[in-house]
Write a protein that binds this ligand. Structure first.
Ligand SMILES: Cc1ncc(C[n+]2csc(CCOP(=O)(O)OP(=O)(O)O)c2C)c(N)n1
Ligand SMILES: [Mg+2]
Length: 334
């Protein structure tokens, strides 16, 4: 057991509170029509923050699904910058600025899982000691890509950690209609590596599970599947109305075990957090967010921007398309 120190837990709470208030700001911007459809993070903060605090941002890689970016502050402000570009529909939102070790968002369910296995294999070929942590949802586990990635990872014995955020829902599909397996962690048995289930509302427990999996991966012993159980406290996306299908009593019970409140109460009891600190962290998080949003909106967008960040160099066909596009629009941009 490697429980995080109190200082580490305090750092985790800073990141969790940051994610919570920035998510609210982003939601408001969506309601004002200033960003596109988005998937709220509420309820997932402890699992994401706990996991990435067990990683080394200078060596280890993170592959998100689509809810995670606001909780990846540990990996630097570039993650927020890119996420906001993505939310306003700027093509640079899909870019991977070196040396950032966080891949862009993935909407096509589970396709990030084979990518993670390939990346982990690449690291071993380069004698790089980094590990790859890949996030996915309970719903994504029904995709063929999940089984292919798990199988390949087991056979190759690569340094990858599969982290399933089981938030009980895939849009309106509850977990009992998603799988008849006893748990999502149980699926690891078929791949030949350990599967563990942790309380995803407990940042320290997730930290511990990822830390153990990371040690195992770095020792050359291969992958681990971790299932973090939690509850989606918000809507699936800004295009969803969860009141049509989420039982209110379930949501109420989940709210009583809010992961941000839980860690905050623990740290308040230890004298490591209070209202003043909380207000300071929230204000700083909003300042950082507002600066980043302003920068994103001011980012130049050329008429051929849609062709940027696809491939390192244009193919002949792309070069022709770029030329035509610029000729048609006069290349004014805007
Ligand atoms: C291949 C594919 N099929 C269907 C969808 C539509 N879709 C978007 S999100 C979602 C639910 C995903 O559930 P889960 O993996 O549990 O993640 P969560 O949204 O709960 O975080 C579905 C079915 C998609 N994006 N990609
Ligand atoms: Mg889900």
């Amino acid at each position: 057991m490697t429980r995080p120190t109190d200082e580490q837990r305090r750092g985790m709470l800073v990141d969790m509170v940051t994610a919570r208030v920035q998510a609210q700001r982003l939601w408001n911007l969506q309601r004002q029509g200033r960003v596109g459809t988005l998937a709220p993070i509420d309820g997932h903060e402890a699992a994401i923050v706990g996991a990435v605090h067990a990683l080394d941002p200078d060596h280890d890689w993170v592959i998100p699904q689509y809810r995670e970016p606001l909780a990846l502050r540990r990996y630097g402000t570039e993650v927020l910058d890119r996420f906001l570009l993505y939310n306003i529909g700027h093509p640079a939102g899909g870019h991977l600025p070196a040396p950032l070790r966080v891949l862009p968002n993935q909407i096509s369910l589970a396709t990030q899982l084979p990518h993670a296995v390939g990346l982990a294999k690449g690291l071993t070929l380069q004698h790089d000691s980094g590990v790859v942590l890949v996030f996915f949802g309970d719903g994504s586990s029904s995709e063929g890509d999940f089984y292919e990635a798990g199988n390949f990872a087991g056979v190759l014995g690569v340094p990858v950690i599969f982290l399933c955020l089981n938030n009980q829902w895939a849009i309106s599909t509850p977990t009992h209609l998603q799988t008849a397996a006893e748990s999502f962690a149980a699926k690891a048995a078929a791949f030949g590596f350990p599967g563990v289930r942790v309380d995803g509302n407990d940042a320290g427990a997730v930290y511990d599970a990822v830390d153990t999996a990371r040690d195992r991966a770095r020792a050359g012993s291969g992958p681990t599947l971790i299932e973090a159980t939690l509850y989606r406290l918000g809507a699936h996306t800004t295009a969803d109305d969860p009141t049509r299908y989420v039982p209110p009593e379930d949501l109420e019970a989940a709210r009583r075990d809010d992961p941000v409140d839980r860690l905050r109460e623990e740290l308040v009891a230890l004298g490591l957090w209070d209202d003043a600190v909380n207000a300071e962290v929230e204000a700083e998080a909003l300042d950082i967010f507002d600066d980043a949003f302003e920068r994103a909106c001011a980012m130049p967008l050329s008429d051929d921007a849609m062709l940027d960040h696809c491939l390192a160099e244009d193919t002949q066909r792309m070069a022709r398309q770029r030329e035509r596009l610029l000729a048609d629009t006069g290349g004014a941009g805007g």
